[in-house]
Each structure stands twice: as structure tokens, then as C-alpha cells.
Design a protein around this ligand. Structure first.
Ligand code: NAD
Ligand code: TDX
Length: 334
């Protein structure tokens, strides 16, 4: 099977490539990635000689078309993915997430290629902390940030291309991923690398915001389940019942790294900060038989911390610039 992976030099996409090559000997993988600040071929170290790597933009039809033409399936990860950046400058979010998805859809339509669209639970907005409901495939869309609004728009494009043009697409909306090779701008890698650098973790607001954590390998296994058994036109929510608030995550990071669990800073909160995400993944579990296989969040987090400890060469080149960018908008409050 010839698999085109967009965004395969980013966090989830690179883990997808590693896992695909490790578990599917029949897969021929091509990666299309623009190598933005968030992408690096070092995330493909160890497998780069087994993939065809193309540096290019998903919004560039001339670059996309020949790659799609010679693929059996397209797995579309490429996106601008960070909420904080979307508040500073939404421009690349509109281009990559909306125009890029449109460009991919036109190509798979032209060549009748199977397409899977990677999306996020953030398209549903947020939940109150005490809401007994969780997100399901029927929850109405209500995105809060420029990032989530562009992801929501891209989901709508996919559904329209299925209905109007018969494109053979599936969609998945996953909760917060953690694991190796996640950019140090994101919550868990930022705190882990701060501690490794002798700096204090940085908590937004009161820290009671809840995220529903899933290991990136469980997400990627779910994607293969959907690619092989998912129903065309259907959306699958992906989550592993991993709800935890941010202050508890920070305390756990500090504890696992042998520090005082209260040794963190409160910093300026994110504008429009979503309170809680929570996924009900019943359709994926019952219809397709998927279940998360990774151990507890505590074990997964400990393994992730070890990965950052052992792979400083991967994150060091971008750490200082990432913190300098945060310093422009965030102040330590206590
Ligand atoms: P990431 O920012 O780590 O990686 C994105 C990759 O896309 C990078 O390699 C980047 O170079 C590439 N890219 C960006 N713009 C491009 C363009 N115009 N053309 C080609 N390549 C481009 O993101 P991630 O966390 O791995 O997220 C991957 C996908 O999963 C995204 O669609 C995101 O919305 C979705 N998602 C992420 C999470 C999460 O917790 N990280 C959860 C649910 C869904
Ligand atoms: O330094 C920080 N301190 C902090 O308290 C950072 C970077 C974040 N936070 C908070 C904000 C969120 O409540 O931690 C939580 C997680 O933040 P992010 O890692 O930025 O993730 P989030 O905004 O929840 O979005 C993530 O999950 C859904 C991904 O970045 C998205 O791509 C995905 O769609």
C-alpha cells in the first residue's frame, strides 16, 4: 500500500511514520512536509532512508497533485497546530488548515484516492468542569480559537467533498496527544524541558483546565483501524479516558523528575482559554473494536520524560527561541 503522509515531520505524523514502518511491512511511505518551525527531518531519524521525503506545501496544488496521483491512501496531518500561535498571527492557520485541506481534497477527488482527515476535539468548543456529558460525534461545532475554527472549517470541507463529489474520506477528532517528538511549545514538553534546564514550569490561569490525554501511539493505532475498517463519510472520536487538569499534570511532571511538586510559576492566561475537553470514544471502540493499549498516563509520562532527557539534541536547537517568543506575551504572576 502506497501511503502519502502530510505533516510527517511533525509530532503525530512522524510517530505515525515510525509506527507504520515498524508494524506494516507492505507500506510504502511518502512524506510531504513544508518543514515549518514545527517540522524537522530529525523526527524521522532512523527511518529517513525508508521513506520518500518531499519538502513542499499542502496548499501548493502543483506539488500535491503528482504525489496524490501515485498514492493509494492519503493521511492528512499537516496543519498549523498551536493555539497560542493562532492568537498571535492567525494568517498561516487559514492558509494551511483551510486552503491546504481544500488543495488535498481537490487532488484526492481528481485521482479518486482514499483520504483520512486528522482533526481535533477542539472543534466542539469546551465543556464546564462539572458537565456530566463528554463530546460525541453528534456534539455541535463551536470552536473558540483561530486554530480550532480553521480545523472546524477543514472538517466541513471534507464532509462537503464526500457528499457533493463522492470523495472516499473518513475523519477523526482526537484529544490531546503526548509522547516523543512533540514540539517544546506544547504544554508537557515545555514543562519537561524547563525542568531539565533548571527553569520552573509555567501554568496558565488557575490550572484547573482539563485536557483528555492520549498517548500518540494509541492515536496512531486508532488511525490505522479507521483506515482499514472505518466507514466512508464517518467521523470517529479518538480518546482514552485520560482527563486530568493542568496543575495536576505539572505536579506529576515535577514529582517524576524528583522536584518539589509546588515549584512552578503562574503566568498570564491564554485568551479565550478552553476550560475542559473530554471525549466519548464509544463509536470507535464498539464499531471498530479499537481500545487504547498504552499503560497509565503516569507510566506514559515517565517514558516521555525519559525521551526528552535522552534526546536533548532533538529539542535544544528550538528551546531558546520558543521561550523568547513566550516571553513577549507571558509574564510570571507569582
Ligand atoms: P505539529 O505542529 O507537531 O506538526 C505539523 C507538521 O505539519 C509539521 O511537520 C509542519 O512542518 C507541517 N506543516 C505545517 N504547515 C504545512 C504546510 N503548509 N504544508 C506541509 N506541511 C506543513 O502538529 P501535530 O501536533 O503533530 O498535529 C498533527 C495533526 O493532528 C494536526 O492536524 C492537528 O490539528 C491534529 N491534532 C493534534 C493533536 C495534538 O494533541 N497535538 C490532537 C488532535 C489533533
Ligand atoms: O506553558 C503552558 N502552560 C499551560 O498551562 C502551555 C504551553 C499550555 N498550558 C495549558 C493550556 C492548555 O489548557 O495546557 C493545556 C494544553 O496546552 P497545549 O499543549 O497548548 O494544547 P491545547 O491548547 O490543549 O491543544 C492541543 O490539543 C488539541 C494541541 O496543541 C492541538 O493541536 C490539538 O488540536
Amino acid at each position: 500500500m502506497r501511503v502519502l503522509v502530510t505533516g510527517g515531520a511533525g509530532f503525530i505524523g512522524s510517530n505515525f511514520v515510525h509506527r507504520t514502518l515498524a508494524t506494516r511491512p507492505d507500506a510504502e511511505v511518502t512524506v510531504l512536509d513544508a518543514l515549518t518551525y514545527a517540522g524537522s527531518t530529525t523526527s524521522l531519524d532512523g527511518v529517513l532512508d525508508r521513506v520518500a521525503f518531499v519538502e513542499g506545501d499542502v496548499a501548493d496544488a502543483a506539488a500535491v497533485d503528482p504525489l496524490v496521483a501515485r498514492s493509494d491512501v492519503v493521511v492528512h496531518f499537516a496543519a498549523e497546530s498551536h493555539n497560542d500561535n493562532s492568537l498571535t498571527d492567525p494568517t498561516p492557520f487559514v492558509r494551511t488548515n483551510l486552503v491546504g485541506t481544500f488543495t488535498m481534497l481537490e487532488a484526492v477527488r481528481r485521482h479518486d484516492v482514499r483520504y483520512h482527515h486528522i482533526s481535533t476535539d477542539e472543534v466542539y468548543g469546551d465543556l464546564e468542569l462539572d458537565d456530566p456529558e463528554r463530546f460525541t460525534e453528534d456534539t455541535p461545532y463551536a470552536p473558540s480559537s483561530p486554530y480550532s475554527a480553521t480545523k472546524a472549517g477543514s472538517d466541513h470541507l471534507v464532509r462537503a467533498w464526500v457528499r457533493s463529489f463522492g470523495v472516499r474520506a473518513t475523519l477523526s477528532n482526537c484529544s490531546n496527544n503526548y509522547g516523543p517528538r512533540q514540539h517544546v511549545e506544547k504544554f508537557i514538553p515545555r514543562q519537561v524541558t524547563n525542568v531539565l534546564d533548571g527553569q520552573r514550569p509555567k501554568l496558565y490561569g488557575d490550572g484547573l483546565n482539563v485536557r483528555d490525554w492520549i498517548h500518540v501511539d494509541d492515536h496512531n493505532d486508532a488511525l490505522w483501524t479507521i483506515l482499514e475498517h472505518g466507514r466512508i463519510g464517518h467521523t470517529y472520536l479518538v480518546g482514552a479516558d485520560g482527563e486530568m487538569n493542568n496543575v495536576d499534570v505539572i505536579r506529576l511532571v515535577l514529582e517524576l523528575m524528583g522536584q518539589d511538586p509546588e515549584a512552578f510559576d503562574h503566568v498570564t492566561d491564554r485568551a479565550g482559554h478552553d476550560r475542559r475537553y473530554a471525549i466519548e470514544a464509544g463509536r470507535l471502540r464498539q464499531e471498530l473494536g479499537w481500545a487504547p493499549r498504552y499503560g497509565t498516563f503516569r507510566d506514559g509520562l515517565a517514558a516521555t520524560i525519559d525521551w526528552y532527557r535522552e534526546n536533548e539534541a532533538w529539542w535544544r536547537p528550538v528551546k531558546e527561541a520558543t521561550e523568547a517568543k513566550y516571553a513577549l506575551t507571558q509574564q510570571v504572576l507569582t
